[in-house]
Design a protein around this ligand. Structure first.
Ligand code: PNS
Length: 159
């Protein structure tokens, strides 16, 4: 069988309800969804790559056809290895579009990868990992923004 595998790439530092929504919806369309977490040595992250994988795996464990993996270097190379030709990105607002379009076009140019955009649910359109970290850093509640395991992990980081 020719399994249709999609990849949802990102930093996931940490995974939010916005990401979960995009992965849930993608998992209904594709046979398998790989959540691809970038191991980026140049970008400062709050959570280590292992912590980000654990947090995402726990937050997504209710979705049967999802796998969490890491990659470094170019996304298209990881996608070749995983036999996937489709990347999925959530679009929150027009401000996301310019950068995402450029990246989608580059990935298509260098390796023929297609990018599908999913319009995020309006309830998540303001949500980003960076803002969640800022809110949590100053001890404001984040349980409406991230799953219970991430709430706990943020508390531990900032305690
Ligand atoms: O969650 P983010 O930080 O917006 O995710 C960005 C990510 C990881 C999807 C993007 O930076 C990426 O794919 N980086 C890997 C390098 C790459 O393939 N760049 C695009 C072609 S030059």
């Amino acid at each position: 069988m020719n399994e249709k595998i999609a990849v949802c790439p990102g930093s996931f530092d940490p995974i939010t309800f916005g990401h979960i929504d995009v992965v849930e919806r993608s998992s209904k369309i594709f046979d398998k969804v790989i959540v691809a977490i970038l191991q980026n040595t140049s970008k400062e992250s709050l959570f280590t790559i292992d912590e980000r994988v654990d947090l995402a795996s726990e937050a997504l464990k209710h979705i049967k056809n999802v796998e969490v993996k890491t990659f470094s270097g170019l996304l298209v190379d990881a996608m070749q290895e995983w036999n996937s030709r489709v990347a999925i990105k959530g679009l929150r607002a027009v401000s996301d579009f310019e950068y995402e379009l450029q990246m989608a076009q580059m990935n298509n140019k260098i390796d023929g990868v297609e990018t599908f955009f999913i319009a995020t649910s309006p309830k998540n359109s303001f949500l980003s990992s960076s803002l969640v970290k800022e809110v949590a850093r100053f001890n404001k509640p984040v349980h409406q923004l991230v799953s219970e395991n991430v709430v706990k992990a943020l508390k531990e980081k900032f305690s």
